[in-house]
Design a protein around this ligand. Structure first.
Ligand SMILES: Cc1cc2nc3c(=O)[nH]c(=O)nc-3n(C[C@H](O)[C@H](O)[C@H](O)COP(=O)(O)OP(=O)(O)OC[C@H]3O[C@@H](n4cnc5c(N)ncnc54)[C@H](O)[C@@H]3O)c2cc1C
Length: 429
């Protein structure tokens, strides 16, 4: 158990095959770079560094991909957890465009890595984001902005077109992005780990880092039974364990979200294999996976303990959108923890003592962890400073418990607004 979250088996675990890695650290190990955390961020940094000839040791507190990286929705698309127009309000349009382009390098990294390693990791192409009330042309305007200002390939679908794909009167207009795709995230994590090992990295599972200190030019990362001496340390632990990096840890709030997977189904409500989500703050995200199962995600909350009757709760959400599904069985249900900074942008940088951090990817981590992994590796191996583009989004204290309460309050407020928009619409009928 981590932070009270039930780590019950997921559909991803049931359909992946783990291979043994390097045991645990005993005594003293010397390396170029020690990466802490084997989620997508840590694995990508390690792989990219190993490919650049660096010797890398990865310390993972539990198992590879056992954090958000191996339990998520699997959607890979450009952008960040913070909408790009919000990013532009902080840093201006040109800087936002440059950041959006960086986020695209993350999507392309995942695409290329999968194509070169194992094309079956990709489970479908394209995404749809639908609105659940009449937004008076908002989606059309969003399509124009994304295409004109950020070069995103995106189509606008009016309600009648949307409902041919998502057969539910809950939906109205939508955007369709043909270039996004969806994957099996745990198998992808395991593939990254295998590639990193093949490139020379060592990976130690069930080996949490318990402290970091400086000895001369080296950082010393302590574990229960040993220590790793490294020229560089990279913290990639999100909010899923005990961080040993106070600066980034204090700046991240844990946010839980849930996923359920149905039994194999024959159905005609979801008539597309694209990855689907809606624009509500705590909206649904779902897709068809193998054997006609629906993988259904939803809800966000700062309460990190798993709610009781999670499977029933997820099923209720699914049926409120698609009553025609009848009474499908739920074979799997689980929760996952995302790390969010107060500004909702990733924390990517280096602290005053020289330690690197890449964390807080929120609900948009599949492309941004890949982007960050490349930025970190280029910075460490080649002295490249493109990672500094994230300097405007430096770690800021997230106010601990108080911050969680504040964020939960804002989620409730937005959920009330979302419900009000929908109910106005239904009461007008
Ligand atoms: C249910 C769910 C659905 C999501 N859906 C999507 C989606 O469809 N698309 C998308 O882009 N994003 C999605 N996300 C977000 C995405 O999964 C995350 O942003 C991303 O995986 C974060 O990766 P990470 O490597 O930073 O963190 P994590 O994957 O959480 O990895 C951190 C790792 O650090 C380890 N660790 C912690 N402390 C220590 C320590 N002291 N020593 C050693 N190791 C330690 C943990 O065990 C863990 O393995 C979703 C997230 C969740 C939870």
């Amino acid at each position: 158990m981590v932070q009270g979250v039930n780590t019950a088996a997921t559909w991803y675990e049931a359909t992946a095959r783990r291979e043994p890695v390097d045991g645990t650290v005993h005594g003293k190990l010397v390396t170029d770079v020690c990466v802490i955390g084997a989620g997508l961020a840590g694995l990508t940094v390690a792989l990219e560094l190993a490919r650049r000839g660096k010797h890398v040791v990865i310390l993972e507190g539990r198992l590879i991909g056992s954090g958000a990286s191996g339990r998520n929705g699997g959607f890979v698309s450009n952008g960040f957890a913070l909408g790009i127009e919000e990013v532009a309000k902080h840093v201006g349009k040109d800087a936002a465009r440059a950041l959006y382009d960086l986020s695209r390098t993350g999507t392309e990294f995942v695409r290329k890595e999968i194509a070169a390693t194992d094309p079956t990791l990709k489970m479908g192409d394209g995404w749809i984001v639908a609105v659940r009330h009449d937004d008076k042309g908002g989606m059309k305007a969003a399509a124009e902005t994304l295409s004109r200002d950020y070069g995103e390939e995106v189509d606008y679908l009016p309600a009648n077109e949307t409902r041919k794909l998502l057969v539910s009167n809950r939906y109205f207009d939508s955007l369709r992005g043909p270039k996004g795709f969806h994957i099996h995230p745990l198998r992808y994590c395991l593939a990254l780990a295998k590639n990193a090992k093949a490139a020379g990295a060592q990976i130690f599972e069930n080996t949490p880092a318990v402290g970091v200190s400086k000895q001369g030019a080296h950082h010393v990362v302590k574990t229960a039974a040993g220590e790793v001496h490294a020229e560089h340390v990279v913290h990639c632990v999100s909010k899923t364990g005990k961080s040993v990096h106070a600066l980034s840890d204090r700046a991240i709030l844990p946010v839980a979200t849930y996923v359920a997977v149905t039994e194999p189904l024959t159905q005609s409500s979801i008539a597309t294999r694209m990855a689907i989500s809606d624009t509500r703050r705590a909206g649904d995200y779902y897709r068809l996976v193998d054997e006609g199962r629906i993988l259904w995600g939803g809800c966000i909350t700062t309460r990190v303990s798993e709610p009781s009757r999670l499977a029933e709760r997820m099923k209720r959400g699914m049926l409120s959108t698609y009553p025609a599904l009848g009474n499908p069985g739920i074979d799997y249900a689980w929760s996952g923890i995302m790390g969010y900074a107060i500004h909702k942008m990733p924390l990517i940088g280096r602290d005053a003592s020289g330690q690197w951090f890449a964390s807080a990817f929120g609900g948009h981590g599949l492309n941004t962890t890949a982007m960050a992994g490349q930025l970190m590796a280029r910075a460490i191996a080649d002295g490249d400073d493109a990672y500094r583009r994230f300097a405007p989004f430096a770690p800021r204290w997230a106010f601990g418990q108080l911050g969680r309460l504040g964020v939960q309050g804002s989620y409730w407020w937005m959920q009330i607004k979302d419900k009000r928009d929908e109910s106005r619409l239904f009461s007008r009928r």
